[in-house]
Design a protein around this ligand. Structure first.
Ligand SMILES: [Zn+2]
Length: 361
């Protein structure tokens, strides 16, 4: 008991000192800029809307969360290549990456806000958005070499996107859902949380989202987005989502720290416990009552667990890592974004922790 207590104090000191050296860092990425205006409306340019809302958001975070470090990929009207935006976020050791964009459509009637996380939408419904946002690459000399042969206009090219982001998809979707919730509260039309492959999201090593504030091609929405009041509303909504996300992050970090020291102690006592691997498919706010719900995409035998306000749906359950990898491969065409989660003694742990536990045995 005494040893455990000493360990607990020691790890708490470690955590506190770690927390004080590395502040929570949010990287805000205003899309386009400089020679790249982004989408054009009848009166305004996307790059200006993105920058204004981004700066307002950054200011809100700085004012209300002095413990948070805010990093911008650009804070003036200049051109920044896509590749540089994600490497800047990685260099800053970011905890959250928020790209801010404005949508456009050939149809002037399209309107509303949507938030993307990376992932392949099998219906290809959002391909036009991804194509437009990724096409910035074409402005760069030697883009084929720089972007590993990626051609933003060819759907085939998108197959090369490996799901580097998959270990963050849970967190990315959580922030995306908070953002859409706030847009709804601000009376914006909700186009939902969506998945698509944006280059700027695919190489970041942190939870990452791309927000499309609204349609600059829609005259009413353009008027709103060009107005100071409209920009305030959008920045405020994203800020509220950020505050909620940060609050949850802090809660979990403290809990994780406390439970990990206790866990170490119980590991020593009970060595016959096993780790359980599952595949997480998606999360929802409402429990799904019908197993034919389209969100299951026809997959049967899914289960769920609850965490915070979320119902998290999973597939498969095994003590064998190879087994779960096989299963992940089997459902790859239905749920390409599925990722492995691990439980141990009723608590969710990381794959790295699971590996350590397995090695101990
Ligand atoms: Zn854009």
């Amino acid at each position: 008991m005494k040893r455990f207590f000493v360990y607990f104090i020691f790890s708490t000191i470690l955590f506190v000192s770690y927390a004080s050296t590395k502040p929570f860092t949010v990287v805000i990425d205003p899309g386009h800029g400089g020679k790249d205006p982004g989408a054009m409306g009848p009166n305004g340019r996307e790059k200006d809307v993105n920058l204004k809302v981004s700066l307002k958001l950054g200011e809100l975070i700085k004012q209300n969360n002095p413990d948070v470090k805010v990093v911008f990929t650009r804070d003036v009207d200049k051109y920044v290549p896509l590749q540089d935006r994600s490497s800047l976020a990685n260099k800053a050791n970011g905890d959250l990456f928020i790209c801010i964009h404005t949508n456009a459509s050939k149809s002037r009637s399209a309107y509303g806000s949507e938030t993307y996380t990376i992932g392949l939408d099998k219906t290809n419904a959002n391909f036009e958005v991804a194509k437009r946002e990724n096409s910035v690459i074409l402005l760069e000399d030697g883009y084929k070499e720089k972007y590993q042969g990626f051609d933003p206009t060819s759907p085939d090219s998108y197959i090369m996107f490996e799901f580097m982001q998959s270990k963050f998809s849970d967190k990315s979707i959580e922030f995306a859902a908070y953002t859409q919730d706030e847009f709804i509260s601000s009376k914006r039309y909700n186009r939902g949380v969506r998945q698509e492959n944006f280059w700027v999201l695919h190489q970041t090593k942190m939870p990452s989202v791309l927000i499309e504030l609204g349609f600059i091609s829609n005259p009413t929405e353009e008027r709103f987005l060009l107005s100071n009041e409209g920009q305030d509303i959008m920045a405020n909504s994203i800020y509220k989502a950020f505050a909620k996300y940060k609050h949850e992050y802090d809660k979990k970090n403290i809990a994780a720290n406390t439970s990990s020291s206790i866990k170490t102690d119980t590991t020593l006592q009970s060595s016959d416990n096993k780790v359980t691997y599952q595949l997480q498919l998606f999360i929802t706010r409402k429990q799904l009552v019908d197993d034919k719900d389209p969100q299951f995409r026809g997959l049967v035998g899914c289960t769920f667990y609850e965490e915070g306000d979320w119902f998290k749906y999973t597939y498969g359950s095994t003590n064998d890592l190879d087994e779960i990898l096989k299963l992940k491969n089997n459902i790859k065409s239905t749920f390409p974004e599925a990722f492995i989660i691990v439980f141990y003694n009723g608590k969710k742990i990381s794959l790295q922790e699971a590996e350590k536990i397995s090695k101990q045995k």
